[in-house]
Design a protein around this ligand. Sequence first.
Ligand code: MSP
Length: 510
Amino acid sequence: MKSFYITTAIDYANGSPHLGHAYEKVLTDVIARFRRQMGDRVHFLTGTDEHGQKVQASARARDIPPQQYCDAVAAEFQAMLPKLGITNDDFIRTTEERHKRVVCRLLQQLFDQGEIYRAEYQGFYSTRQEQFLQNKDRNPDGTWPEIFGEVTEITESNYFFRLRKYQDWLIEFLTQNENFVFPRYRQTQVLEFLKEPLNDLCISRPRERLEWGIPLPFDGQFVTYVWFDALVNYYSAVVDRPGLWPASYHVIGKDILVPPHAVYWPIMLRAAGIPLPAGIIVHGWWTQRGSKMSKSTGNALNPLELVDQFGADAFRYFLIREMNVGQDSDFTADQFLVRYNSELANNFGNLVNRTLNMTTRFAGGVLPAAAGSEEPERELHALWARTAPECVALCEGFQFHTAIERTMAFVTATNAYIEKRAPWKLGKSADPQERARLHTSLATMAEALRLAVALLQHVTPASSAKINAVLGYSPGPIWRDELVWSNRLDGAKVAEALVLFPRPAAAKPA
Ligand code: MSP
């Protein structure tokens, strides 16, 4: 079995989760479930990033100790996961001993190797971003961009990690591994960034300025820069689990690709002699009226409200259907309702209802065997024969939105097939040929439904399980075998009805 280790970014423990955080978990879960279906041994990690200025400031604002504050926020993030149907295997918190131990070991190793050195630094510092700034970071008019908050000029002694030494190596690596970052245009951005000379990375913060961090193992007057600490989570979480490192993919948002994930992290690993992950998947942002959804902008949606109102599957379906991985997407309540009503309730829900209802009315609730096939069946078989491999290939390439579109086109075609066959007319006839057609049409619509359900399973797992249950069907162990048009439902006893995607009472998501 191939091992497939996938991670999300770890969220700052400085506030409640919003829709952007939820999306990243759902996307990673869809990939994880898909790879499990494909037979990989999946390990799925997520967690919280708990040290640093932002977290310290949020805890102080509430006048509680940072650890206590982190415990509460981490619990909130953790509690969200099952509500979204997330199947993570582990949850790491950077305040855990298992993590801190590995960070210290790595720092000490790099220090002993001479990859970390002490130097005087004089320059500009952004407290909000916990970052040293250069003149190239200024606006054209010389002021500092909003995102940096208050910028102060400081002189202090600090520890630096030799990034520059590895710049040529990194360029060479990315040139040879052109699929390291997905989508590829994001990798081009990394190479653009690397056209400018890199500065060595300041990896320490004096304790008088920042208390809340991992003390440097070789100098207790300093704590570790939060990014140097946080990135290590991917490795520290599996260091005692043989066979998982290197990771297959880190799933992250576009704001944290350059420089942390595409520059610091590969160089940290390289310097320590640890193998690199196979790739990084970069998604875009959920925006509202064009601006990034975030706590600080105050336009963040609470994902759990949508889940409470529409169910986890509808929420997952919308996020994955709407977003082309890599690009941004604007969230609107109207668009959510359009997809919910037209795709889930009408198109998909209708196929479920018709199948159950007609089998009950015309066949006593037991699915008959198909009695041959004619043109309408052959057309649907042919469409399926194209749809299944196409969707598998799309999912392998993280094009889930298009895979869903194709699957839904197959559902639409199945509904059109039902219209054409009109079993409600066939059911009234005593003519043996018409009876045979009735049986064929019931068997065909049920089989088409079973197949569509299998293709949507990693996106809408709870609904897929419910539909299989009302079809009296238990899928076999090999998912790809489930995608073959066969007669698995012959003789199955189906339920009379299932309400899957109820009409929301004139309600709209916030
Ligand atoms: N703590 C760092 C990540 C450290 S990883 C070693 C961080 N945390 S975060 O809470 O700000 O963001 C966590 C993830 O959520 C990031 O991948 C970020 O891109 C993603 N999102 C935050 N807001 C988002 C949207 N509005 N839309 C989509 N994802 C966004 O960065």
